[in-house]
Structures are given as structure tokens and as C-alpha cells.
Ligand binder design. Sequence first.
Ligand SMILES: Cc1ncc(COP(=O)(O)O)c(C=O)c1O
Length: 448
Amino acid sequence: MDAPRLRVPHPGPRTREYLERVRKAESATGLTFGLSPETLVMERASGAAIEDVDGNVFLDFTAGFGSLNAGHCHPRVVEAVQAQAAKGHQAMSLGADVRLRLMEKVLSLIPGPAEKRIVLGASGSEAAEAAIKMARRATGRQDVVAFEGAFHGRTQGALALMGRKGQRAGLPSIQTGIHHVPFPYSYRSPFGRDEASCMEGTLRYIEEFLRNPASGWGEVAAVIIEPVQGNGGMIPAPLGFLKGLRGICDRHGVLLIIDEVMSGFCRTGKMFSYLHEEGVEPDILVLGKSISGGLPLSACVAKKEICEASGAGTESSTYAGNLVACASGLASIQVYEEEELADRAAGMGDYFVRRLGELAERHAVVGEVRGRGLMVAAELVSDRASREPLPAAKAASAAALERGFLLYPGGHYANVLAFLPPLIIDEGHVDKAVEILDEVLLAVPRMK
Ligand SMILES: Cc1ncc(COP(=O)(O)O)c(C=O)c1O
């Protein structure tokens, strides 16, 4: 499918009819309107293209929020899903070959001397919660350190780790013992705006709170981090930060939980984004999204002794390790490897950041362009010198949608245009995206 290609102005008549109906059926807290009140209504999708019910074709730079690294409906994945669906879907509390092969494959992708075991789940939130519970049981400690701007899911436990106020509204005391610290976000760091001072200041701050018996923190079980903060606005932690954090965790008996739900499976140019740094081994790795290429599946991979501290059957759910999702996962991982999507993400990411850099030269509202692999962002500001955030990401993404381009509005201040394209894109897709963004950015100074 060639994308974008608009036959009628968006939203077309069938889309409008659908939106009217869905508003009478689905709670506004639900799925449909996460990106826009005039969202696109999918009919079919392939690669980086989504066709809607009006025959409009959109260029998709969200890839199911990072769950479709091989693109929509990759033929190998479709074939594996169809074959497994005809053999058996569900085997809760039973063994199944496809699930074992998936678990063995995932383990084989994770380097490091420590022996590890997997707990499967059905969503990233579930895996993040399993990680926290297992860390607490294994250490006998209760407190957890998370980062401002963090996103580990929306269920109650994962939500307690969330940085975003709006998502927590109405739920003031979700869990006790969660401490948020600044993310190493050099564009807005309280410790200095160059990477080195941001990194050193953030690490010193965390270690000081762990060391000082009067810091107000209790005994800390774990620190949980996204190596590239996704929902927070595609913010890569400076290289060296994870190694520093690993050292702090080791010195204080704290477990290091790395959440790669969005950044995993080749997205940033490596199989997992923590592998950009040498010598960093997480105690617990949280995986989801592209582990299965678009079906509900997640995993929490922990050192064997950490798993042994939790009783049998304490982490599981009905659809965890669903067999169709496992078959999809195996086929997807094969595609990532055979099509060398990590290298492709690295190359396309560099190209995209370079092209966005050209836009930043023409549009003063772009304060920063950043990325690691194909987690890419342009941060909007009303004033480059003061870096005052311009919360126009939603309006800009609606304007992009009208032009047939789907992006992901986010950021700490709702001021980041974020991009998570499928890793199979080529320079033509990036050029098209940049052409549309050029038009959208012209209108941004007038947007609210
Ligand atoms: C880093 C990270 N962790 C966890 C989650 C939660 O995953 P799920 O939506 O599958 O529950 C997300 C979702 O976007 C995420 O980006």
C-alpha cells in the first residue's frame, strides 16, 4: 500500500459515522480516542500503512505504540498465527511446545553470565508488576525508585510507578514506598544541560538518597528504568548512565529492573536498548509489545535466585503465554533477526534525526531533535532560549493526521512529537513524514 493517499478529507463519512456510534458504546476512558478525538478507523493494514474505512491510507509512525517492529501483518507472522490458531490457542497451567520454544528463544537473546528464568504475562503492565513483586519478595524490602516521566503501565501497581499526574488523578495513594527521581533528561535536567553534568548529578542524587538514613526513603528493593523513556517523549538516558546506576544498585543491595517494553526487540538499533552500554546486566528485564509482534504477550526475565524467592503460581494469568501470541512472537523474532532490523533501525533512525534537524533549522518551535534508533522525537518550545514547553503535540498530531500521517504526541509537558515507526521503513517513508511535518510545524505557533 502506498502511504499516505487520501481519497476524501479526514475524517471521511464512514469514519464520522463510526465515531458517532463508538461514543455511545465505549467509555471515554478506553482505547479509541488515545491519539485524537477524530481518530482513524482501521480497515486493514500492511507494513507502515493503515487503510481506513473510507479508503484513506495513512503512513503509520506509531506501529501499535511500538508493538509492530516488523510492521503490520508481516506475512511470516500472519502465517504463523493462522497455523497456531488452527492447532490450539490456550494452555493455561499446561505445557506447550510453542511456548517453550518462545521462552528459550527470548532467553537466548539476553547475554550475561547469570542464569535466568521467565515469567510470561499478557501485557507490559502485568510484567512490570511481576517485576516489582518479585523484587520485593527477593530482597525483603518494600520501597521502589522510579523516574519522573516514567510509564510502566496503567494497572494499579504499575500506575504507582507512573510519572504522569493526569493518569494518576483521583487515585492519590495507590501504593506506598514509591519514590520518583529526575530522569537523566539533559534538555531539562535540574543538574545541568549537558549530558555529563546531567548524568553525574542524577546519579549522585540517587546515591545520596540511598545512603542518607535521613532521606525519607525506606529500604529500597529496586530501581526501575526505561533506558529510553518512551511515553515521556523518547528521551534516551545518556550512555554511561545505566552503568552508573548498576554500580549504585550493587553498592546498596538494590535490584536493577530495566523496562524494555517499548525499547526492546531491535527498536533502538540493538536487540535491547540497555545493550548500547557494555557491562550492564539487569537483575530483572521487563519485555512486552514487540515480543509478539502485535498479540498480547509480555515477559519478566529475572535471575534464577530472584525467581526462587517467589512461590509457585504467584505470577500468572489466564492469557499469559497464550499459544497464538507465542507463535506470533517466534515468527516476529525470526523476522527481526533475518531482516536485520536492528541495523535498519539504527540507520533509519540516524537518517530521520538528520532530516528532522533540517526542519529544526527552519522552525524555531523545535527546541530539540533526539533519538536512539527508531525512538525519535522533536520537542516543541515557545522560546528556544528559555526552553519553555509548547504543549501543542496533540494539535500538531491532529494536523498531521489530516494530511495522512500518524504520529505519537507525548512528552512530560504534552509538547513532544514522538515517532515509533515500524523498523521496516525506508528513506522514502522518512522523506514523506518530513515533508508533512514541515507543513504542520508552520502552523504550530498558532496552535494551543
Ligand atoms: C515502557 C513501558 N512499560 C510498560 C508499558 C505497559 O504495557 P501495556 O500497555 O502492554 O500494559 C508500556 C506501554 O506503553 C511501556 O511503554
